[in-house]
Every structure is written in structure tokens, then in C-alpha cells.
Design a protein around this ligand. Structure first.
Ligand code: FMN
Length: 262
């Protein structure tokens, strides 16, 4: 192991923070590292909003599926897939005239553009997580930032071609969090294939979920009536109210990106 692999291997999501603030120099180090992330076409199709107002953190703690630790995080960054900056720059670059001259189609950001921008924003987010970890700062992703689009659009003043793909909370971990065990992962053979995709059999699933089954059903965490991890997760995550809201909200964002008149 080297220091980088060690940092990656020991990272875990941190949801309880010491009151200690993250000073500006440390924040700058995280942001500088983040902005060195690989980015599609070197276009930096993302933006980051640091949420500094306590009132906004309090609101996000509610709108992101009621997770109070968001309000207590010393640093909160929202990662935005952002095509707005380029759309605005294209306009400022008199792209209309250029299209006529070059016989080019006039376009607005499409599905592939959105996905690339999401890749950029998520890669930047993960760089920030690792950079923070290297400085002794724990973090936790908040996927629920994709919910309640209308509220978040107003709260963060998001223009049309900006998609809040993830949020990350950061802070120095409490002693208890430092001691917490790492979470389990699937064994590589179920996730990492060579050359072609491998669909898993029932036998594979049984072996794959053996450890998780023990953990969930041995600790009274299981959903009532569930007989296996599949049933447990189907009710707990896949069909949960927050997932329904996630899907409604993302659908709305897509409508705004693709169907609204320019
Ligand atoms: C895209 C994404 C969204 C997540 N959203 C949340 C969230 O809203 N709340 C939360 O407490 N953890 C969230 N997490 C953290 C995961 O629950 C966590 O990574 C997973 O349980 C594995 O645990 P570990 O990070 O400690 O290894 C999210 C992680 C990812 C990658």
C-alpha cells in the first residue's frame, strides 16, 4: 500500500462532525485539487456552489430527505452539471452568425451533453472527497439533492442548463465515526468482468449476498416481512417515497433541459 491507496481504502462516509471549522486555507486546498479533476474535452462542464448560509443548510437538511446532519456540516458543496456557462459563452461568441457562415446546425444541450456534464461534476466531487480525506476531513454524498428540483432551483438560483447532480457534506469526523467499521462491498467477481458483461445466476446472487443477509437479518434492521436482501432493498430503497420523489424531480429537470422552449 502507498499513502494514496491507504486513503482510498480507509475512506468511509462521515455523517457526524466535530464543531471545528474547516479553515479557508484547507478549503482552498480541497477546491484546487477538485478543479484538477479530469474533465470531458477540458470544458469543465460543472460548477460548485458552497452553501455558506446556515438558513440554506437548514432548508437542505429538510428538502434532501430529512437528513439533519446536513445542517451541522462545516462545509457543504453542491456539484452542478453545468452547460449553462458554455451556452452563454456560445451566445456571447456570436454563434448565430458563425452557424450561418459555416452552415452549422443551431443546437441546445442534448441528452449526451447532460450525461457528460454529470460525469464531470461527479468526478470533481469524488476528487474533493479524496482530497478532503487526505487532510483528515470526512465527507458524505447527498444524492437527495436531485429531489425537489423546483425548491432547489429557487434556493440556489439555478438556470435552465444546470443540473444539481450531487451534494457533499464535509467535516472533521467525531471519535465515534472514526472508530466505525468500514462498510462491506460485493466481491470483485460480481462487479469486475473481463471483455464482456456477465449476467449473474441465482447461485451467484446467493453467494454474493451471503454476508449482507447475515448482517441485515442478524441485526433486526430488516424490513418487516422481507425474507431476503432483495425484498428488503426493494421496499427500503427502490420503491421508497424518496426514490419516487427523486424520479419525479429528475423527470422535471429533464423536461426543463429538453422540452422547454429556448
Ligand atoms: C451518489 C451517492 C448518493 C448518496 N446519498 C447519500 C445520502 O443522501 N445520505 C447519506 O447518508 N449517504 C449517502 N450516500 C453515502 C452512501 O450511503 C455510502 O457511500 C454507502 O452506504 C457506503 O458506505 P461508505 O461510503 O461508508 O463506504 C451516497 C453515496 C453516493 C455515492
Amino acid at each position: 500500500m502507498n499513502q494514496t491507496l491507504d486513503i482510498i481504502a480507509n475512506r468511509k462516509s462521515i455523517r457526524a462532525y466535530e464543531k471545528t471549522k474547516i479553515d479557508q486555507k484547507t478549503k482552498d486546498k480541497i477546491i484546487r485539487a477538485t478543479l484538477r479533476s479530469p474533465t470531458a474535452g477540458n470544458m469543465m462542464l460543472y460548477s460548485i456552489i458552497e452553501v455558506t448560509k446556515q438558513k440554506t443548510k437548514d432548508k437542505l437538511a429538510v428538502t434532501c430527505d430529512h437528513q439533519p446532519f446536513i445542517a451541522k456540516a462545516p462545509l457543504v458543496l453542491v456539484f452542478l452539471a453545468d452547460y449553462q456557462r458554455w451556452v452563454d459563452y456560445f451566445l456571447a461568441s456570436k454563434i448565430d452568425e458563425f452557424c450561418k457562415l459555416q452552415n452549422l446546425a443551431k443546437k441546445t444541450p442534448q441528452q449526451g451533453d447532460l450525461f457528460l456534464a454529470c460525469c464531470d461534476a461527479l468526478i470533481a466531487a469524488q476528487t474533493s472527497v479524496i482530497a478532503a480525506q487526505s487532510l483528515g476531513i470526512g465527507s458524505c454524498y447527498i444524492g437527495d439533492i436531485m429531489e425537489n428540483y423546483e425548491t432547489h432551483k429557487t434556493l440556489l438560483d439555478l438556470p435552465r442548463y444546470v443540473f444539481p447532480i450531487t451534494m457533499v457534506c464535509y467535516g472533521y469526523p467525531t471519535k465515534l465515526q472514526q472508530k466505525r467499521e468500514l462498510t462491506q462491498r460485493f466481491d470483485p467477481e460480481y462487479v469486475y468482468f473481463k471483455d464482456t458483461y456477465k449476467k449473474l445466476s441465482e447461485k451467484d446472487f446467493q453467494a454474493m449476498f451471503k454476508k449482507r443477509h447475515k448482517q441485515i437479518f442478524g441485526s433486526r434492521q430488516a424490513i418487516k416481512g422481507a425474507k431476503n436482501v432483495g425484498q428488503h432493498m426493494y421496499q427500503k430503497k427502490y420503491t421508497a417515497d424518496f426514490t419516487a420523489e427523486l424520479n419525479r424531480s429528475v423527470n422535471k429537470i429533464m423536461t426543463v433541459w429538453f422540452n422547454q422552449q429556448p
